[in-house]
Write a protein that binds this ligand. Sequence first.
Ligand code: NAP
Length: 253
Amino acid sequence: MSEAGDSERIGVAVVTGGTRGIGLAVAKRLTADGYDVLLTYKGDADAADAAKTELAGSGRQIEVIAADISTADGAGQAIEAAMQSLGRLDVLVNNAGITRDTLLMRMSDDDWDVVLTTNLKGAFLTSKAAIRPMLRQRSGRIVNISSVVGQVGNAGQANYAAAKAGLIGFTKSLAKEVGSRGITVNAIAPGFIDTRMTAGLSDEMKAMLLERTPLNRFGTPKDVAGAVAFLVGPDASFITGHTLTVDGGLFMP
Ligand code: NAP
């Protein structure tokens, strides 16, 4: 295995929702560490073009495809495209996610379904497609981007909390299924990370979160990317079924 910065490829990674926010930071970090990367997105083609341009200087092969991972076809296409264009699959980061926040009384069936289908079923569908080549190789790393909201709950986010808690149970179950085949499955639970997803929070909410964060700052996408790099790297080879919290100390059990 080569060191970061070496021009030799160390593996192939798929990052769902990799064209902005946390996913883009993960893609940047993995390319810097020597991975060729395929990114998926749903509909924001401008962000996808910008991500491709930003990663072009990495010296690694970058593929960007529009693939809705909440459908079996989209998830299958993402993995198939990685296998065809990059030849193998070492790392899957299930990062694509959305929110539709509102109190339960006002939450529509659609608010519930679209959040569960994107955040939870999407990880199931993409992992299912990815697990075949990983089983053949007898190696692989899957990292699911959950949330502290899945661990502690949050008023106005019953759908999102259910999906993110489900992702932690999914992580543990899959870790037990595929551990003997050299595949690890872990989750990351970010706290407040400064991205488009959190841009709409009120100033009062941001001030409250900051006040409760011992490290006294908001997280950055790069903070989460560092945790992903650790979990897919050699130092984490004996870690599976774990949920790593990256939240500046906001929520401590
Ligand atoms: P973001 O800036 O809103 O980016 C979301 C990404 O997911 C975009 O690339 C988006 O593509 C893609 N996406 C959404 N639905 C998709 C679908 N059905 N198929 C394929 N791609 C899809 O979000 P973020 O803040 O970086 O969050 C990334 C992950 O971290 C999410 O799972 C989120 O729940 C989790 N997280 C975030 C925070 C936070 O504070 N930001 C905290 C905890 C957990 P388009 O651009 O095409 O829409």
